[in-house]
Design a binder for this molecule. Structure first.
Ligand SMILES: Nc1ncnc2c1ncn2[C@@H]1O[C@H](COP(=O)(O)OP(=O)(O)OP(=O)(O)O)[C@@H](O)[C@H]1O
Ligand SMILES: O=P(O)(O)OC[C@H]1O[C@](O)(CO)[C@@H](O)[C@@H]1O
Ligand SMILES: [Mg+2]
Length: 323
């Protein structure tokens, strides 16, 4: 009988998940495997929402945001009972290996499946870029591009009113979206969880620049560092700045994936299938120094996230000299 691979997407959706699904389905097809699509992540696995997914089902999805398999956050899968239910479904559908596209939480689930004897491979799909073993996660590049686009729209209206735009972006506990978008979009200040910040210093800099005639002020704050609304309130109350908070929210997770995300997702999907072809599980695929890599899940998850201080230092040089 043909070997069967299961695939699911889990956690927050990201642009590029579909490119990953497409790649897995096509690579599996080429290797003579059939693929079962599991709808709504681990919740769907527990409920047995499993259906054959064929090459024709993935035609044209490379450019689509979201995930055709839907996604979920599933508390039940964190329990042994939920995990046993999932295992029974995997056995019932004769699935010999699983690909999980998701973030750090989803990888904990992939680890559980592997330890239950189901070879499982993780592909990093999260806009947060908060997985230490890989330089980039799928969806991060698109999210950063989206934020950069919104920044310039917000800057137009803030400039016209001589306001300060305090833009809150996602990222969970990681400041990468704010850091990368801050540099690419020319933010005057960024507030990220990895670095202590001094709100009075930021206010003084903005006021100093205004005195010199530079009225443009965009402050990006990562959600892990605090609320944009609190920063804007403080600026209004203490520094008499006309500050407006803007929470970008879910627009950061939607939209057509960037070429970089599509390319990475495609290569990672191929590698995932190659591993399962060899019966290898308990690994996660990633990208390091522009090369596709795979690593043991336990090792990858035990790595501490390294903050890109080099990028932050570059940002500081620009921020401090902006006038
Ligand atoms: N310790 C765990 N054991 C088993 N399953 C887990 C564990 N942690 C998380 N999961 C599963 O993974 C799902 C997704 O996790 P989480 O909500 O942390 O998102 P994520 O994969 O990190 O993605 P993102 O951060 O981009 O939203 C959880 O809802 C749960 O079903
Ligand atoms: O979709 P939800 O459950 O509101 O989760 C939002 C969270 O998901 C992410 O978009 C991805 O992890 C985070 O940046 C954000 O904190
Ligand atoms: Mg996460």
């Amino acid at each position: 009988m043909k070997k069967r691979i299961g695939i699911l997407t889990s956690g927050g959706d990201t642009p590029g998940m579909n490119a990953g699904i497409r790649s897995v389905v096509m690579a599996a097809d080429a290797a003579g495997f059939s693929v079962m699509g599991i709808t709504k992540g681990y919740a769907g696995l527990i409920e047995g929402r499993v259906d054959r997914i064929k090459t024709e089902d993935v035609a044209g999805i490379v450019e689509k945001g979201g995930t055709i398999l839907k996604t979920a956050r599933c508390e039940e899968f964190k329990t042994q009972e939920g995990q046993q239910k999932a295992l029974q479904v995997i056995k019932a559908f004769d699935i010999s290996g699983v690909v999980v596209i998701g973030g750090d939480g989803s990888f904990q689930g992939a680890k559980v499946l592997s330890h239950l004897g189901v070879p499982t491979i993780g592909i990093p799909g999260t806009i947060d870029n908060d997985l230490a073993y890989t330089d980039f996660t799928i969806g991060f590049d698109t999210a950063v591009n989206g934020v950069v686009g919104e920044m310039s729209r917000i800057r137009d209206t803030m400039n016209s009113h001589e306001r300060v735009g305090v833009i809150e972006v996602m990222g969970n506990k990681c400041g990468d979206i704010a850091l990368y978008a801050g540099i690419a979009g020319g933010a005057e200040h960024i507030i990220i969880p990895e670095v202590e910040f001094d709100i009075d210093y930021i206010c003084d800099k903005i006021i100093g620049n205004r005195i010199k005639g530079n009225m443009t002020s965009i402050v990006l704050i990562a959600e892990g560092a605090g609320k944009g609304e609190a920063v804007a309130n403080y600026m209004r109350a203490k520094a008499k700045l006309d500050a407006k908070a803007i929470v970008l929210g879910y627009i950061q997770r939607g939209g057509t994936p960037s070429a970089a995300d599509r390319l990475r997702a495609t290569s990672m999907g191929m590698r995932a299938v190659q591993l399962l072809e060899k019966g290898i599980g308990n690994r996660v695929v990633g990208i390091r120094d522009n090369k596709i890599i795979d690593e043991d899940i336990d090792e990858a998850l035990s790595k501490e996230l390294i903050f890109r201080k080099d990028l932050y230092d570059e940002f500081k040089i620009m921020s401090e000299n902006m006038q």
